[in-house]
Write a protein that binds this ligand. Structure first.
Ligand SMILES: Nc1ncnc2c1ncn2[C@@H]1O[C@H](COP(=O)(O)OP(=O)(O)OP(=O)(O)O)[C@@H](O)[C@H]1O
Ligand SMILES: [Mg+2]
Length: 426
């Protein structure tokens, strides 16, 4: 007898779940593409050569006013350029060290990068202000800042905010000096720069979204092709080889009856072996066909098949209860994982039927952020050394769990409880 209890925690239909999944997959891919693009951009910028070049530029800017004609053009002396460019250079070196230590995605590096941006915009703004004119070559500091938006589309808002605050402060400082032409130039360059940052970042994001979409589509197409091929192989095996084997089995049974009539003991035993071999080959082949179909079909169909198989295993020996807790908003169970789940449950139930002397076996499958499989019985309990001495079922369960990055454990609690936990990638 079999009790089938099913509970579902979702209000989504399966179609909606599929659509949500595709949006989710896109977001994950986009995020990945942006991270890779960002890390790639940083690698060049934080190399030893690039850092040395930036520091050399800062040193050049700092020392340039020592040459009188340059001092006249720049409008500031070495006493102004030296401290400001030193701050800027130190922030560049600090960011390069952080990058080497923790990589592009480390928290230290991200903080060092923001600090570097802050230093370069404020030092740039201060240099422009002290140069006495908004038409200063020190805008070069801001140019580098703008160009970098191409590499980091995710942080574009922070860039725009920093740039806008710095240029607004600069325009305000010129306004206090009543230099209206400089206010106009600063405001224009401020707006132009903010627009450039926005456009560069948006265009980089657009390109990366295209790349992410291509990647998702390619992986879906590959999966579709694999599923179609699996289905074709399963059909061919079922309709061809399995049908032929089934005929062979049927003919062997006829032969067995004929030989039994003759009464030749040796011939009867050979034909018996033949019938048994044909039957077990047919069973094995059906298992192969089933595994191919299970991994290509829908999750609901898989659960229905699992129920049928567990019920069949228990039939006539003990009562079985099956409970499915299925959160339909949870990540889909990859096709290759389903075959493992089925084999784990089958082996757990088969062991309860064969070894436990139990009255009841209970199977629970829970799909949420991860998959939890429980097979428990009320039998005499598993021996302590069963897993370490197992060369078959138990060790296979443990291996399957390990392959999928999960774990399996057995406990004795008024019987035996097997718990297998498998992670589900979002
Ligand atoms: N639910 C259970 N209750 C009691 N004993 C169990 C249970 N499951 C396993 N065992 C014990 O653990 C041993 C090892 O089990 P395992 O599944 O590895 O091998 P098996 O069932 O004997 O053979 P096979 O390789 O065909 O599975 C069993 O022989 C049995 O003594
Ligand atoms: Mg076993």
């Amino acid at each position: 007898m079999c009790w089938i209890l099913t509970s579902s925690t979702s209000s989504h239909s399966s179609t909606n779940a599929g659509a949500a999944l595709s949006e989710e997959a896109m977001d994950v891919e986009l995020d990945r593409a942006m991270s890779e693009h960002y890390a790639e951009g940083r690698r060049g910028m934080r190399s030893f050569t690039a850092t040395a070049l930036l520091v050399a530029i800062a040193a050049g800017v700092a020392l340039l006013p020592a040459w009188l004609p340059a001092r006249r053009v720049l409008g500031v002396g070495i006493e102004t350029t030296l401290p400001l460019t030193t701050i800027s250079a130190l922030s560049i070196v600090h960011a390069a060290i952080a990058f080497r230590r923790v990589g592009a995605h480390g928290r230290w590096y991200r903080a060092a990068e923001q600090l570097e941006s802050l230093c370069s915009v404020s030092c740039g703004a201060a240099l422009i202000y002290f140069s006495g004119s908004a038409t200063s070559v020190f805008w070069i500091y801001f140019l580098l800042f703008v160009a970098d938006a191409w590499n980091n589309p995710r942080d574009a808002k922070i860039c725009i905010a920093m740039y806008s605050v710095a240029t607004t402060a600069l325009a305000a400082a010129f306004a206090l000096r009543e230099a209206s032409a400089d206010v106009a130039v600063t405001a224009s360059l401020g707006v132009l720069g903010a627009v450039c940052i926005y456009v560069f970042a948006a265009s980089a994001k657009h390109r990366l979204r295209g790349e992410a979409e291509r990647r998702v589509l390619r992986s879906r197409l590959e999966r579709l092709l694999v599923e179609r091929e699996r289905d074709r192989i399963a059909r061919d095996l079922h309709d061809g080889v399995a049908a032929d084997l089934s005929t062979l089995l049927w003919r062997a049974r006829e032969l067995k009856e004929a030989v039994a009539g003759i009464g030749d003991g040796q011939a009867t035993s050979i034909v018996d072996d033949l019938v048994n071999d044909a039957r077990s080959s047919l069973d094995e082949l059906r298992e192969v066909v089933f595994a191919l179909r299970v991994s290509g079909g829908k999750w609901d169909e898989f659960l229905a098949e699992l129920r049928t198989r567990v019920t069949r295993l228990c039939a006539g020996s003990l009562r079985c209860e099956i409970a499915i807790h299925d959160d339909e908003t949870a990540p889909m169970v990859p096709v290759d994982v389903r075959v493992h789940i089925l084999r784990i449950v089958q082996e757990g139930v088969r062991n309860a039927v064969r070894h436990a002397r139990a009255q009841v076996v209970r199977v629970e499958i829970e799909r949420g952020a991860r998959i939890v499989i429980r097979v428990s019985d009320d039998g005499e309990g598993i021996p302590d050394d069963a897993l370490s001495t197992s060369r078959g079922g138990l060790s296979n369960i443990a291996k399957r769990a390990r392959i999928l990055g999960g774990e399996a454990s057995w406990s004795r609690n008024g019987g035996t409880e097997l718990v297998v936990t498998l992670p589900l990638a979002a």
